[in-house]
Write a protein that binds this ligand. Structure first.
Ligand code: PEP
Ligand code: MG
Length: 588
């Protein structure tokens, strides 16, 4: 059989992008485009017929929403599915519906025009309310408005994704990624976005192959085209040749064999050949992932991105809702530990306030936002504390850049504890507090900052973007986002060494650790905990079990001496060869 290079060399049917989530799938393309709504304004002659059409459209809309609601409950649990229940209630609102019907009768215009006008009015009132909760409801209502109008126009539901398809789109949001996953999508091909964009991270978490940053993939690929998506290498084959199909069928067979072998590692320790044990934990974005965490053999959750709750719910959860979510996760993972990260909003993530910033990545992100909006922060801290009674929760602060921030967080934490104490509400008095090192200033100061907290977790996704001044989600500059840049390697070494000198635990929860090539370096530097997407865990374990700490330390020294990233990669690749290790991000 021909090799991969031969397969590429004479092919004109390849769309190239960034390999954002590993895996290979063969299937049919589904071109995802959002509908542009146009509304018929004409006068009508038959009012009774128009009213009947409206009733039918509402009934159909309810049916669709009910379906989404039960799917959401199945994937995300009852609490998070509430958003759809609220939408259903609007469809049942007798005042709104009666007002729409009355206007059809009096104005004698098409129901779609009246629905559009009336619901838009309703939305405008909510937007003016200038309250986040109300503005979010206005977005929910937009969906209902479009749904009723589409059903009045008897159009097919375009936002509904056909099952078992490879989604091709110019862009998808993290929320789309979660939503589409409910239709058993086979893969994502997206024109925009980079390796660490949140849509890509979620695809990895859900084990769905993704190729992003294809620039014009959604123009080159037509609906129903037959595709092969290669999430390891970042290629999409459009209407592949027989030779290409055979090549990939063979690869899928190999993958299945390797997966079976990896599953066998589930209960084995992540231990080097000379006995250094690394704790492997999982990064969790979506509540449905928790089962994968357990089946893939992780020992707890090293990063729970709570801002994802806002993304999934479409609204800000109150203390009770948060408590239920944290408590549920902590119970399911018990006796292992869950690391709950405080809301990391801003940047490319969900925003809690409607304000414009020229440089959101350098703006009110993470802890900066939380300290400016203490009420939101206190609500989260109290929910976390209440859920910590079984002593298996630790709390982590994102985007720290100054010591002042750490001190202020500790004051607020202390005050929340006092408040709960005086209300006689139990919590873990020794709840561990950690900070993420994602900003170069904290990287430099890691040793000092570590003295003030219980643990340090390195967020390489952001750290690399800030260190190299390369937007993590921008495909145009993705070649400059170099995880093995000598400055990155030296910075990681500094953080790990200084944190250990301070006697504190150091972990990594950035996606860099999902590339097995980084593992001997991180282990050799002395990392204690590695937290990654669940799907990457077996191959990381396999890698750690294949080398000795002694050799890894020598490898670190060699890489620290190098001044260019290509050489560093080559040094590690040689190490892989010598120790018979397979790289997992790009192989198979
Ligand atoms: C990181 O920056 O590496 C990280 C883990 O946080 P996030 O990807 O959520 O920004
Ligand atoms: Mg980050």
């Amino acid at each position: 059989m021909k090799g991969f290079k031969d397969l590429l060399s004479h092919s004109t049917n390849i769309v190239e992008g960034i390999p954002a989530a590993p895996g290979i799938q063969i299937g049919t393309a589904f071109l995802y485009k959002k509908d542009i709504l146009s509304v018929e304004t004409a006068l009508i002659t038959d009012v009774e017929e128009a009213l009947q059409n409206l009733d039918e459209a509402i009934a159909r809309s309810k049916k669709e929403l009910n379906k989404i609601f039960s799917l959401a409950k199945e994937k995300m649990g009852e609490a998070r599915a509430d958003i759809f229940e609220a939408q259903l209630m609007i469809l049942d609102d007798p005042v709104l519906m009666e007002s729409i019907k009355n206007q059809i009768r009096s104005e004698k215009r098409s129901p779609e025009y009246i629905v559009h006008k009336e619901i838009t009015k309703y939305q405008e009132l909510m937007i003016i309310a200038n309250e986040l909760y109300m503005r979010e409801r206005a977005i929910d209502i937009e969906d209902i408005k479009e749904r009723i109008i589409r059903n009045l126009q008897k159009k097919r539901l375009q936002s509904k994704v056909q099952p078992n398809r490879i989604i091709v789109s110019d862009s998808i949001t993290p929320a789309d990624t979660i939503l589409f996953a409910k239709s058993s999508v086979l893969g994502y091909v997206v024109d925009h976005g980079g390796l660490t964009s949140h849509a890509a991270i979620i695809a990895r978490s859900l084990d769905i192959p993704a190729v992003v940053g294809t620039h014009s993939g959604s123009q080159q690929i037509k609906n129903e085209d037959f595709l092969i998506i290669d999430g390891f290498q970042g290629y999409v084959f459009v209407n592949p040749t027989e030779e290409q199909i055979n090549y990939y069928k063979n690869k899928i067979d190999n993958l299945t064999k390797i997966n079976t072998e990896l599953i066998g590692l589930k209960d084995k320790p992540a231990e080097t050949t000379d006995g250094r044990n690394i704790l492997i934990m999982a990064n969790v974005d979506v509540s449905g992932e928790i089962d994968t965490v357990v089946t893939k053999g992780a020992h707890g959750i090293g990063l729970y991105r709570t801002e994802q709750i806002i993304e999934e719910l479409g609204s800000f959860p109150d203390e009770e809702e948060q408590y239920n979510i944290y408590n549920n996760l902590a119970s399911r993972i018990y006796p292992d530990v869950i690391t709950i990260r405080a809301f990391d909003t801003g940047g490319d993530k969900v925003k809690l306030m409607d304000f414009k910033e020229a440089n959101p990545f350098l703006g009110l992100r993470g802890v900066r936002f939380l300290l400016e909006n203490e009420k939101i922060f206190r609500t989260q801290i109290k929910a976390v504390l209440r859920a910590s009674v079984n002593k298996n929760i630790q709390f982590m602060i994102p985007m720290v850049s100054t010591l002042q921030e750490i001190k202020r967080v500790k004051e607020i934490l202390h005050s929340c504890r006092t408040e709960l104490n005086s209300s006689k509400i139990p919590f873990d008095k020794h709840l561990k507090l950690g900070i993420m090192i994602e900003v170069p200033s904290s990287a430099v100061m890691a040793g000092e900052y570590a003295k003030h907290v219980d643990f340090i977790s390195i967020g390489t996704n952001d750290l690399i973007q800030y260190l190299l001044a390369v937007d993590r989600g921008n495909d145009v500059v993705s070649a400059l986002y170099q995880e093995f840049h000598p400055s990155v390697i030296r910075t990681l070494h500094h953080i790990i060494t200084e944190t250990k000198k301070a006697g504190k635990t150091v972990s990594i929860c950035g996606e860099m650790a999902a590339d097995t090539l980084a593992i001997p370096l991180l282990v050799g530097m002395g990392i204690d905990v590695i937290s990654v997407s669940p799907s990457a865990i077996p191959s990381i374990k396999r890698t750690i079990r294949a080398f000795s700490m002694k050799k890894a330390k020598a490898l670190v020294n060699q890489c620290l001496d190098s001044d260019n990233e290509e050489e560093i990669q080559n040094i590690i690749k040689k190490f892989f060869k010598e120790n018979s290790i397979q790289r997992t991000r790009n192989i198979i």
